[in-house]
Design a binder for this molecule. Structure first.
Ligand code: GAL
Length: 832
């Protein structure tokens, strides 16, 4: 590749730049006049959504890669698509309960399309954001390539086999070798697909790299732009590259100096730094983004234009004081997330991801670890826009497997490409502050870990020196941890072991530290077992899946964790105490499909979430909210309908432990049916208060006070019999774009509108108008009801219907009915 670097002059191989200042100035003003006229032109590159009207067949199909093939009986669908989530739960499915107990297998997709008229003068590329997995892609019967890794984005140039008129793309997806994962993966073309058309001389895919930072006094922005341009034309005419920066309101900040570059080379790289005064920095509270517009001119014509969002910020990890963003100390309050979207499976939907992030933001969460793989690009866009920090992770295994058909099969051949592509693709996201080369990798336990760690870190650093690289480690003995011994990591990332936080600086002087994974507490929303003691479940490796309750639930009193983990409270107490702890990533923000610890089948999704699979917060959500935000919080648990199935939760029959999470107050007073049960304040490092209450039905009421003045009041009432359904939509106006969603919470209430905490009525949905039901759920981890259905049982009083817009403006009417209950309906507007 030809390298041009006018600032540093180090990599200059060839540069045709007219350096005489006078000429450049003249050129600048001349080109700016041109820029003005061309700015109004449509961009000469197009990137069209290619999701519509695919044909799908579940199973293998001989010759389905051929042009002539009868796919008339195949199902027509729009991407993104995950066929696993449409299937039936079955313990015998080869992915096993660990993989969610849903079908996997082989699937085929075909799409007919018309080649762009001018394709011979253009570069036409198909871009896949992610296909799970082992995809092979053909154009008109010619193999374009294969990509085993299911979480990576990849693309193919189509020109060689493109024909005027009709063309056929066929994609084989092979997810049949199972088990291949420790969690649910989904199967199919589950992320977006794009068709890109550019001039033959154009900016390369991921060809714009921006490192944007600011001076310590934050007065001057420094935006280093590195652009790679490829030339597949036969011409050698010089071209001009102009970079311009716009602010978040679209106002021009500056045009960079134009580069005049000779194009007699297939790939040219140029670098320059643009500075400007008083930038608005990107932060979690104010995630300002700027836009770099890169324009390529040839023969006085705009031939390519690309827009890249970026944020200006600087950050630091310090061995003593932890993390800081833009010079200010900031504890990383993070959660780990797998990629599935509950009832929607792995099929990417921006609104579903945005909702997850909104719920987490409300909780005070400021960071996400993309466990344990590169996420969908839209997820990172949302993190940039909404102000989340991101630890972008590449792998769960290297050469050594965790399950028989996982990525270790592909690692030897593909890891360089997959890791490099992750870093290249995600380079410009201001949200990303950490690259992770792996989670709990087996090679930490033997000497092969040393060379591999060095190799992987080098792959990242060859592309990006602006961010630290870590791995999520579990071997706590440094001498025996070969990934650590490689000496190549910038930060020590430790999973679990919260008791080691305290002495970390003694044991690892001058090492920077973060809790890459913590907690693994277990809970089911709305379910409470005795709060007497903390249960480690399983208590050791031998008892895994051997102990269970008939409820298939785990107590929501924050008193259960896996033996390698800790409760939310145990973890938080340690993490907040020490400045050297940069932060934590709690396992996990949301429940996810698969890994149904501590139960065996029919449990099929995880119990680790702070929020359940349907998106309903469990009680620990409010613990975090009380600790991680400044907004006033007062949360009471449990519900007040005892006994449940003849059982109470307390130390003695009828004695119930009542907990409150609160903040911004000195004390909380609890009342039962108007009688005070006393005031409590958090003592020492307590994170909740508790009363043991002799149960009697009625109203439990808590009042938090500061300096004697009421801050918040919270009531929990004994609910009567289920009487009504109530529907509450998170959004009543959605877009007629075929993908927008409204999440409708279904509440089973008594006559007085109290949610009935034991209600499990079967709710039937009827939908009319411009939408359809994309999924249903209730958050119960051991439910084997289908997610794609028009009915769902409530669980602990709640269920969820996810409504998806069609493409026509109009109205959606959703009606919910259940035997013996007053029905309910809700209207959602679908707008163009
Ligand atoms: C960790 C692992 C996660 C998940 C978690 C469950 O050790 O990194 O992927 O399996 O345990 O507690």
């Amino acid at each position: 590749m030809l390298k041009i670097d006018i600032k540093y002059g180090v990599l200059i191989v060839f540069l045709v730049c007219f350096t005489a200042m006078g000429y450049c100035e003249e050129l600048r003003s001349m080109k700016q006049t041109n820029l003005k006229t061309t700015e109004t032109n449509p961009s000469p590159r197009t990137r069209l959504n290619f999701n519509k009207d695919w044909k799908f067949f579940l199973g293998d199909a001989a010759n389905a890669n051929a042009i002539v093939f009868d796919d008339t009986k195949w199902r027509r669908l729009n991407l993104p698509h995950d066929w696993s989530i449409e299937g039936k739960f079955d313990e015998k499915n080869p992915a096993k309960p660990e993989g969610g107990g849903l079908p996997t297998g082989i699937g085929w997709y075909r799409k007919e399309f018309i080649a762009p008229v001018n394709f011979k003068d253009r570069m036409i590329t198909i871009e896949f954001d992610g296909v799970y997995k082992n995809s092979e892609v053909w154009l008109n019967g010619h193999l374009l390539g294969k990509r085993p890794f299911g979480y990576i984005s990849f693309s193919y140039e189509l020109n060689q086999y493109l024909r005027p008129g009709k063309n056929i793309i066929s994609v084989k997806v092979d997810n049949s070798a199972q088990p291949d994962s420790r969690w649910y993966t989904g199967s199919g073309i589950y992320r977006n697909v794009w068709l890109k058309s550019t001039a033959k001389l154009a900016i390369e895919q991921w060809g714009v790299k921006i490192v944007a930072t600011a001076s310590k006094d934050q007065n001057i922005a420094s935006v280093k732009v590195n652009t790679t341009i490829i030339n597949k034309s036969s011409g050698t005419q010089p071209f001009i590259l102009v970079n311009s920066i716009y602010d978040s309101h679209g106002k021009l900040i500056l045009h960079g100096r134009p580069f005049i570059i000779n194009s007699n080379h297939p790939s040219v790289n140029s670098e320059s730094t643009l500075n400007f005064k008083n930038p608005d920095l990107w932060s979690i509270e104010s995630p300002t983004q700027y836009k770099l517009v890169s324009k390529v001119f040839q023969n006085n014509k705009l031939i390519d234009q690309q827009e890249t969002l970026f944020g200006i910020r600087y950050f630091n990890f310090d061995a003593k004081t932890g993390f800081s963003l833009n010079g200010k100390s900031l504890k990383i309050k993070g959660v780990c997330l797998h990629h599935d979207l509950g009832a929607l499976g792995a099929a990417v939907n921006s609104r579903a991801m945005e909702r997850q992030l909104e719920i987490l933001k409300e909780m005070g969460c400021n960071a996400i670890r993309t466990a344990h793989n590169p996420p969908a690009p839209e997820f990172l866009d949302l993190c940039d826009k909404m102000g989340f920090l991101v630890m972008d992770e590449s792998f769960d295994v290297w050469k050594k497997k965790k399950v028989s058909h996982d990525y270790h099969v592909n690692f030897p051949e593909w890891h360089r490409r997959d890791l490099a592509d992750m870093v290249k693709r995600d380079f410009n996201h201001p949200s990303i502050i950490l690259w992770s080369i792996g989670n709990e990798i087996r090679e930490q336990f033997d000497s092969t870990g040393i060379a591999l760690t060095k190799e992987l870190v080098k792959i990242v650093k060859d592309i990006d020196q602006s961010r630290p690289v870590l791995a999520a480690l579990t071997e706590t003995n440094a001498a025996k941890n070969f990934i650590y011994q490689a000496g190549a990591l910038d930060i020590y990332g430790l999973n679990y072991n919260h008791k080691l936080y305290k002495d970390f600086p003694l044991n690892y002087p001058n090492e920077k530290f973060i809790g890459t994974e913590t907690t693994s507490a277990l809970a089911t929303r709305g379910y409470y077992d005795t709060a007497d003691s903390i249960r480690r479940w399983p208590k050791d490796g031998k008892t895994k899946f051997k102990e269970g309750n008939a409820s298939w639930a785990a107590s929501s009193y924050d008193n259960v964790s896996a033996y390698w983990g800790s409760t939310h409270e145990e973890t938080l107490k340690e993490a907040k105490k020490y400045d050297h702890v940069s932060g934590i990533f709690v396992w996990t923000g949301f429940d996810y499909l698969g890994e149904p610890l501590p139960y065996a089948w029919p449990a099929r999704s995880s119990y680790f979430g702070i929020i359940d699979l349907a998106g309903f917060p469990k009680d620990s959500y409010y613990l975090y909210q009380s600790e991680w935000t400044n907004k006033p919080v007062l949360h009471l648990l449990p519900h007040w309908n005892w006994p449940v199935n003849g059982l109470f939760t307390g130390r003695q029959e009828k004695v119930i432990d009542v907990w409150a999470y609160y903040n911004n107050a000195d004390e909380v007073e609890l009342y039962l049916n108007g009688k005070s049960l006393g005031k409590r304040s958090k003592q020492g490092d307590d994170l909740h208060v508790l009363w043991q209450v002799n149960y009697e039905p009625g109203t439990l009421k808590a009042i938090s006070r500061k300096n004697g003045k009421e801050v918040l009041v919270k009531e929990v009432k004994t609910a009567g019999k289920p009487a009504k359904i109530q529907l509450v939509a998170d959004r009543k106006n959605i877009k007629a774009n075929g993908t927008d969603l409204s999440f409708v919470t279904v509440k089973i209430t008594d006559e007085a509108d109290n949610i009935v905490p034991y209600a499990d009525n079967l709710v039937q949905f009827k939908i009319e108008g411009e939408g359809f039901i994309a999924g249903v759920d209730n958050g119960f981890q051991a439910s084997l009801e289908p997610f794609k259905a028009n009915h769902r049982k409530a669980y602990h009083g709640l269920a969820l219907a996810i409504i998806q817009a069609k493409e026509k403006a109009g109205i959606i009417k959703l009606t919910a009915t259940a035997d013996g209950l007053k029905e309910s309906e809700i209207i959602i507007k679908v707008e163009k």
